[in-house]
Write a protein that binds this ligand. Structure first.
Ligand code: GRF
Length: 234
């Protein structure tokens, strides 16, 4: 069991909060986080965007914004642990308060997760604990669920199993394909991750040693985005 040794979730508490964002692909969640810092005036700065893929399209956007980027590909590392150790060293060199996984598509080893316990946050495109892993939208349609959505959670060694910070819910429509559903969920992801970042940077998220999350000031930690709302945003 992962134990968390600090409350608020990060014990580093620098101002502005130092964020490392990790991506593997498109990076739309990264964009939402970066935009939230500017648009909402959050007390945070992205000190690095780290990718395991040199061709990740999100890197181009990050560079265009003047953000520091680093690529660490796994080729050349014999074991997952070896790669993750190099990754941890790279990330620690930026002294982050939080490490935000935003479409980072590698399973992280236990050692890595333990090292960043309480600082490592992920967004997953389902209402956990339903549909951990990949192809969540296909699974939602195949199961006939009427509600789907996304979850922001602290990361533990259990895949997509860490303490839940917040969830956003969207309806599944009768004529949905996995693509249309993914698009609706993605809109919710961008809003949810930005909201959670706001709470984190304000020091309002607390994590007990047992892994229970509380958010100060009666924050609503779940909401429903109606289909019309989601479809109106690209
Ligand atoms: C998102 O749906 C995220 O939840 C999942 O992978 C997708 C990444 O999209 N883990 P993007 O790279 O943030 O656009």
């Amino acid at each position: 069991m992962t134990t968390f040794d600090s409350t608020p979730a990060s014990n580093h508490r620098s101002h502005p909060r130092r964020l490392v964002i990790m991506i593997s692909g498109r990076g739309s969640n990264m964009q939402a986080l970066v935009s939230a810092i500017a648009d909402r005036g959050l007390d945070a700065q992205v000190v690095a965007v780290v990718s395991d893929k040199s061709q990740a399209p999100g890197l181009l956007w990050a560079r265009s914004q003047g953000l520091e980027t680093r690529v660490l590909e796994s080729a050349g590392y014999v074991t997952r642990e070896e790669y993750d150790q190099a990754l941890a060293t790279l990330i620690e060199s930026f002294d982050p308060d939080y490490v935000l996984l935003a479409g980072f598509m590698r399973i992280l080893s236990d050692g890595f997760v333990q090292q960043f316990a309480g600082r490592l946050v992920n967004i997953h495109p389902s209402l956990l604990p339903a549909f951990p892993g990949l192809r969540t939208h296909e699974q939602a349609i195949a199961c006939g669920v009427q509600w789907h959505g996304c979850t922001v959670h602290f990361v533990t060694p259990v895949l997509d199993g860490g303490p839940i910070i917040a969830q956003a819910v969207v309806p599944v429509l009768a004529d949905d394909t996995s693509n249309s559903l993914a698009q609706r969920v993605l809109v919710a992801e961008h809003r949810l991750y930005a909201d959670v970042l706001g709470w984190l940077t304000a020091g309002r998220v607390h994590l007990s040693p047992e892994g229970r999350v509380t958010v100060e000031a009666d924050t609503l930690r779940a909401y429903v985005l109606p289909a019309g709302h989601a479809q109106s945003i690209q």
